[in-house]
Design a protein around this ligand. Structure first.
Ligand SMILES: [Fe+2]
Length: 529
């Protein structure tokens, strides 16, 4: 049980410090209304998926967040009061209500607020068990088609808790964006121990791989106790998708990377991972999982400026390309050894998601088409073990026909200014997504930015060394830094920054801009500036 001792330095005190720079968490409303010895808000607050009249609010009551049973020190159902205000001091109430947190979804609440004004900021907080949560800031989207001049977003992926402090999250929060994209590997299911753990700055609560619901719940809770992550969630609505580590490294659909794990076993593990993901993310109730199935691909609009499409690159995949009888792990495959990498019957997104995606492209819409997903889209020829070059089968390169279909659908559509954002590879990339990657003169269909990791290691053995010389459509590459992406969408241009933190092992790490880019309206492909 976490007790708040008056005068003692508390995690909440850390949260205040982290949020002070943003001006959000330091709001007077942060002070508790009622004295309480139990703090159920140890995991912070979050908002997500803005609409013109509202957004989702999230919290989870967990006075003992690391309790081994995954239940956070809670048992019976509790009522949670929520309020939304027009001001950071929470004086002008815009909406309020009551939700019930119960053990079914581990005392999380997902409040879908409606009836608000479009295109403006709001502040919110929860009250439960005699305690008040920190104040978070959210915002609504403009009405469909309404003029919008500017949207400021930050994007991140791959945050292994053990390998570093979440300074990237702190600096993302300090930017006070309109939205924060979480592009996957929000948690890691495995731990670094022994020799591999020598760079750890802190440890997971459990060192064995997480495979069940209690384990995933404790893992999310541990990450969410981090004050920098809490500050980021509190400052802006989140837009989340997942990659593999929310379940298991390199899984594809119902197939584990380990051939000893049956599809039935894998689906049970997936059900646990997906359920815990829902429980800890600001997602609408219609995303609630049904066993191992959980639809998270979706769209959201920001007036006439931006349409955001969020993809699921894991749940509906075909089995990994050239899986062997001993392994279904992603690997660097040479073309001569892996014919089915380009097999058109294989899919990354699944037939239903592909169909939904292409219909959306066809309709077109806002000035900028932003696609938030988990992986590097562009082909990247990398060093193969033992010499020569090949393509990594776990990324879009392993599902090349699906990539071709996606880019062809985009090319023949009304979607304006398509820009992909991805993660997973723990390196920064800027690429031109081409109609034909074999022809450097081919038309560029879309722009791509891939963020490096918040903390994760660069790929072992530098397999991408020299990749720009081999692949002219790759225009920027850096594996040496950890960090995030910041971008601002304007009417005539998108400005993107690759942001590098000074040292993942330093809890006070600073940040610098590694490279800036501009994408002009109507001209696919970024220009480094
Ligand atoms: Fe990762």
């Amino acid at each position: 049980m976490t007790l708040i001792v008056p005068g003692a330095p508390t995690r909440r005190g850390l949260l205040l410090g982290a949020g002070a720079a943003t001006g959000v968490l330091a709001a007077p409303g942060l002070l508790r209304a009622a004295p309480s010895s139990i703090d159920p808000f140890t995991l912070g607050v979050a908002s997500g998926d803005p609409l013109p009249d509202g957004f989702v609010l999230w919290t989870r009551l967990a006075p003992d967040p690391l309790a081994k049973d995954g239940l956070g020190g809670m048992s019976s159902a509790v009522t949670v009061d929520w309020e939304v205000a027009r001001d950071p001091a929470m004086r002008q109430t815009a909406a309020k209500g009551r939700a019930v947190a119960d053990a079914g979804f581990v005392h999380s609440v997902h409040v879908e607020v409606g009836g608000l004004q479009p295109d403006r900021p709001y502040w919110y907080r929860f009250t439960a068990m005699g305690a008040q949560s920190p104040v978070g800031r959210a915002r609504t989207a403009p009405r469909p088609g309404a003029r919008m001049d500017r949207l400021k977003v930050v994007a991140c992926s791959c945050a292994h808790y053990e390998l570093g402090w979440f300074s990237a999250y702190r600096h993302m929060a300090a930017e006070e964006p309109d939205l924060a994209f979480f592009l996957g590997d929000y948690i890691y299911e495995y731990s670094y121990r022994g020799d591999r753990g020598r760079e750890n700055v802190r440890l997971h609560e459990r060192d064995e791989d997480v495979v069940d619901l209690a384990g995933f719940r404790v893992r999310y809770a541990q990450y969410k106790t981090d004050p920098d992550l809490q500050a980021l969630h509190a400052v802006a609505p989140s837009v989340v998708t997942w990659d593999d580590h929310e379940v298991q490294n390199d899984y594809s659909g119902a197939w584990s990377q380990d051939v000893s794990i049956s599809q039935t076993q894998m689906l049970a593990r997936r059900a646990a991972g997906y359920r815990a993901f829902y429980e800890h993310m600001p997602l609408r109730r219609h995303h609630r999982p049904n066993g191992p199935d959980m639809r998270i691909y979706r769209r959201m609009g920001f007036g006439d400026l931006a349409d955001i499409t969020v993809l699921d690159g894991r749940q509906y995949r075909s089995i990994q390309a050239c899986a062997s009888p001993t392994s279904r792990r992603g690997h660097v495959a040479k073309d001569a050894e892996c014919a089915n990498r380009t097999d058109p019957t294989r899919t990354m997104l699944g037939a239903a998601q592909e169909d939904w995606l292409y219909k959306g492209f066809k309709r077109g819409g806002a000035r900028w088409t932003v696609i938030a997903q988990d992986l590097l889209v562009a082909p990247a020829l990398e060093h193969a073990p033992g010499g020569g070059f090949g393509y990594f089968t776990d990324s879009w390169d392993g599902y090349a026909a699906n990539r071709d279909r996606m880019l062809a659908a985009l090319a023949g559509s009304k979607a304006r200014n398509p820009v992909f954002f991805g993660g997973d590879v723990h390196c920064f990339f800027n690429t031109d997504l081409k109609a034909d990657f074999a022809d450097p003169a081919a038309r560029t269909i879309a722009t791509e930015f891939v963020t490096t990791a918040v903390t994760q290691n660069p790929p072992a053995g530098s397999p991408y060394a020299g990749v720009m010389a081999r692949s002219p459509h790759i225009k920027f590459f850096d594996e040496t830094t950890r960090g995030y992406i910041g971008f601002e969408i304007g009417r005539d241009r998108m400005e993107t920054r690759f942001q590098a933190i000074s040292d993942r092992a330093d809890p006070k790490a600073t940040v610098r801009t590694l490279q800036r880019f501009v994408v002009e309206d109507g001209k696919p492909g970024a220009v480094a500036v």
